[in-house]
Design a protein around this ligand. Structure first.
Ligand SMILES: Cc1cc2nc3c(=O)[nH]c(=O)nc-3n(C[C@H](O)[C@H](O)[C@H](O)COP(=O)(O)OP(=O)(O)OC[C@H]3O[C@@H](n4cnc5c(N)ncnc54)[C@H](O)[C@@H]3O)c2cc1C
Length: 542
């Protein structure tokens, strides 16, 4: 709180630190065309005998060869690539998007959303009922995520292990998660960093007898500006660039940005990776293009297993806002520090359940959610500083699917049904009751048929409200489990990360989860990436 206030009132911004990576961005007429590894790193790499890609020249097909080609530089891909490079492998990492330079982040939703997010942040399920957001650029979604660093719960890991869905034992996976948390510099958010938006969550949870925790985050000397979800202009997030890529480049990892891959040709003697103006020949390929795009790339490359794309979980998030008499300024400070776990049955090995946590409280996101049109919205936004904003994160049991559209984009189908629907309504009610217990004057619900309530008694009958697409506002920022790992033939990937039915292709991103993890997923995804890298590095053929 104290920090957030001092930043809000500051007359001039703090000086921006140096950008993170030991690489220089190459531009042509303003467009990023590649990165040049700084000379010291370049020399180290060349002394090991490998060529260094200087840049990708549009219109000219550049050919590279390497031992392992990793596709996608997000949480999973960066961990896999850096682990393999550290073990001495010759690795090329291809990233579809650019290298985003933090000092150019302008803290405006209108400009940063199209820059940092895939499809300009407008991707959604096929019927447009659930926006599904993920990142595009070096570091993937870790560049604009909120920095919650939460390991996968043991009960979930035990469930996955029983299905052969872990590359190692549960104990070894937990130890690996600790290593990831250490690399991320994760630490519990200090009391004076808990902003008013999260304080009302904690106060209401106490009153309602719901358990809550203050979470760990991977942010370092955070200024509390609150713009994490549109990129940290102060470069204080210890994202994949800090945790993995910086060390990876020192170990000889070659990175090519603006290099979207179209197709993988999987042959007995090696793989060919084809992208725009680029062809990479590798002994093996690791696909880490995210839970939305890995299944699309695999299908476009001719892999036909029904398990590819058929097990998608969206971790749907149902937003709830509340109007308080006192000032909240929900957009300031660490956005998500308090997690209300009182309804998270999956933590004890049960089915389903939910976590209540603060949501993105930028002006555009808030205005899009509050009910009504025109003057109604303007009236509520005039009280923006008094609005608290949170939501229900569901541990979803039912699954959707992701397939390749003709234009190469993912076609996502998903809508919560059965127990998932029951769980969401239960969580929405619990959050509304929590807000009233914390002193809210009015609560805004995600139901089109009951958008605002003035007291807890008006929550009666929520279960009977229509729950079809568009009846309820939902969003997703954690797509996962679309190419699941498991011992059975119904799983797309074997426990060593190999894609079933492929010779030279492995997977190492959020697609691998056998089911929904229930908590923010970046730590578990990095752990899968690191472990797939370690399994590969330990194979006798290498
Ligand atoms: C707004 C937001 C907030 C979040 N907050 C948190 C949080 O606080 N804590 C948490 O744990 N998680 C959070 N997450 C989720 C977390 O960041 C992601 O789940 C995680 O980064 C996914 O890792 P990934 O490796 O599967 O994919 P990504 O990190 O999305 O990386 C995939 C990369 O692959 C690239 N790519 C895609 N297709 C191709 C192709 N054909 N060729 C080459 N490259 C390609 C993409 O450009 C992208 O860079 C958040 C997500 C969002 C959107």
């Amino acid at each position: 709180m104290a920090r957030a206030r001092s930043v809000e009132g500051a007359s001039s911004p703090a000086p921006l630190p140096q950008d993170a990576l030991p690489v220089r961005v190459l531009r042509r007429r303003g467009d990023v065309v590649g990165v040049r590894v700084r000379r010291s790193v370049d020399r180290a790499h060349r002394s090991r005998g490998g060529p260094t890609p200087r840049h990708r020249r549009p219109g000219v097909t550049r050919e590279l060869s390497c031992e392992i080609c990793v596709i996608g530089s997000g949480a999973g891909g960066s961990a896999a690539a850096a682990t393999l490079a550290a073990a001495g492998s010759d690795v090329v990492l291809l990233e579809a998007g650019p290298h985003h330079v933090p000092s150019t982040f302008d803290q405006r939703e209108a400009t940063m959303m199209p820059r940092l997010f895939a499809d300009a942040g407008l991707a959604a399920t096929r019927d447009q009922s659930i926006p599904v957001m993920s990142g595009r650029g070096l570091g993937g979604s870790t560049v604009h995520n909120t920095g919650l660093a939460v390991p996968a719960p043991r009960a979930v890991l035990e469930n996955w292990a029983a299905r052969g869905g872990l590359p190692v034992s549960v104990d070894a996976f937990e130890a690996a998660q600790e290593e990831v948390l250490r690399r991320l510099g994760a630490r519990v958010v200090d009391n004076d960093e808990i902003n008013a938006n999260n304080q009302v969550l904690a106060a209401g949870a106490k009153d309602r007898g719901l358990d809550f925790v203050v979470a760990r985050h991977n942010r370092d000397r955070c200024s509390g500006c609150g713009y994490c979800m549109i990129g940290c202009a102060y470069n204080k997030k210890r994202n994949a660039l800090f945790a993995w890529l910086e060390g990876g480049v020192t170990d000889g990892l070659r990175i090519v940005v603006d290099a979207p891959v179209d197709r993988i040709i999987d042959r007995a003697d090696g793989a060919i990776v084809r992208g725009r103006d680029l062809e990479v020949r590798a002994k093996e390929v690791v696909v880490a293009a995210s839970a939305l795009r890995t299944p699309v790339l695999l299908r476009r490359s001719g892999f036909r297993s029904r398990a590819i794309g058929g097990n998608l979980r969206l971790h749907p998030f149902a937003p709830v806002a509340a109007l308080f008499d006192h000032r909240i300024a929900a957009w300031r400070g660490v956005p998500q520090s308090v997690l209300v776990t009182g309804g998270a049955r999956f933590l004890q090995g049960g089915r389903g359940g939910w976590i209540l946590m603060a949501g993105a409280a930028g002006p555009a996101a808030t205005a899009a959610f509050v009910p009504g049109h025109g003057r109604d919205v303007a009236g509520l936004m005039a009280r923006y500083g008094h609005l608290a904003f949170a939501g229900v994160l569901l541990h979803d049991e039912g699954h959707g699917s992701v397939r390749a559209r003709k234009d190469g984009r993912p076609e996502i189908r998903s809508w919560p049904r059965g127990d998932d629907r029951v769980g969401l309504v239960e969580g929405i009610r619990a959050l509304a009751e929590l807000y009233f217990a914390a002193g809210a004057r009015e609560v805004f619900l995600p139901f089109t048929r009951r958008p605002r309530v003035g007291s807890a008694s008006e929550l009666d009958g929520l279960e009977r409200l229509p729950f079809r697409p568009y009846d309820v506002t939902l969003s997703s920022v954690h797509p996962q489990a679309s190419v699941p790992m498991g011992a059975g033939r119904d799983a797309a990937v074997r426990p060593d990360g190999r894609l079933r039915g492929a010779r030279r292709v492995r997977v190492a991103d959020g697609s691998l989860f056998p089911g929904s993890v229930g908590v923010p997923p970046q730590v578990a995804i990095m752990t899968y990436g690191m472990l797939v890298g370690q399994v590969m590095a330990a194979e006798p053929s290498r």
